[in-house]
Write a protein that binds this ligand. Structure first.
Ligand code: BTN
Length: 248
């Protein structure tokens, strides 16, 4: 079971979790806020975090597996969020590696950060932002962002949603750590992968290319089939994947 800590206002739950991790906070601790004044997204972007509407939390983990696998926890969390959201009848999909989409728009983002500690130990902070009750989005993101309330007209209790996500995460995390890979989870993941069978553009620093996404492998990498039939494995840290049409 998780120790859950709550603050009404915080700069960023990921930063809060990092500080607590450096003070020896326990594996499974969860840091939740109603509002973030400096919510952080991937690639240095900000994560809009108004009060009273959405779910913002960070889960602190002290995995026993090697740190090179830590980035895969993003995928484990994506499965947990998708399962929790689907329990409300919303057809959520995963956009590899770290977004949850609903009706082609982004519902949730995940920011996983690893922190090395002295003597070779490390901990991981998995930060999750779910748009729950937001109705209006700023014009620059209105075409790509959505919330459960905007899309499904369902009012969701944020505490209940958090509980469901944590329960699902615990289950998937157990399955992940049994083998240290996605062998047991891959089929379930690929079933709800929005990119699967679609054309994606891979923004590789060595050069962009397009192909059809075929699903993830046991290492959580995305398999992309190029036009010439060659299948390339795409690692989340190196590249970004865009659909050719619209957000997904
Ligand atoms: C993304 O860019 O898609 C990732 C967004 C992650 C946002 C969440 S909200 C809770 C946690 N605290 C942060 O500062 N960021 C993450």
């Amino acid at each position: 079971m998780n120790n859950i800590f709550y603050k009404q206002v915080v700069d960023s739950t990921n930063l809060w979790a990092k500080e607590e991790g450096q003070r020896d906070a326990l594996h499974g601790s969860v840091y939740v806020a109603d509002c973030q004044t400096a919510g952080r997204g991937r690639r240095g972007r900000a994560w809009e975090s108004p009060a009273g509407e959405n779910l913002y939390f960070s889960l602190l983990l002290r995995p026993t597996f090697m740190p090179d696998k830590a980035s895969m926890l993003t995928l484990v969390m994506a499965m947990a969020v998708a399962e929790a959201v689907r329990s409300y009848g919303a057809e959520a999909y995963i956009k590899w590696p770290n977004d949850i989409v609903l009706h082609g728009k982004k519902l949730c983002g995940i920011l996983t950060e690893m922190h090395l500690q002295p003597r070779g130990s490390y901990f991981v902070v998995v930060g999750v932002g779910v748009n729950v009750g937001k109705k209006e989005f700023p014009p620059e993101i209105a075409h790509i962002a959505t919330s459960l309330w905007a899309e499904k007209n369902i009012r969701i209790n944020r505490e209940e949603l958090l509980e469901k996500i944590l329960q699902s995460f615990e289950k998937f995390y157990r399955e992940f750590t049994l083998r240290g890979d996605f062998n047991l989870l891959r089929d379930a993941y690929n079933d709800i992968l929005i990119n699967r069978g679609r054309t994606v553009k891979v923004l590789d620093p060595k050069g962009e290319f397009a192909g059809i996404a075929r699903g993830i492998n046991a290492s959580g990498e995305l398999l992309v089939e190029k036009e010439n039939g060659e299948v390339v494995t795409v690692y989340a840290g190196e590249v970004s994947v865009r659909g050719l049409y619209g957000y997904t």
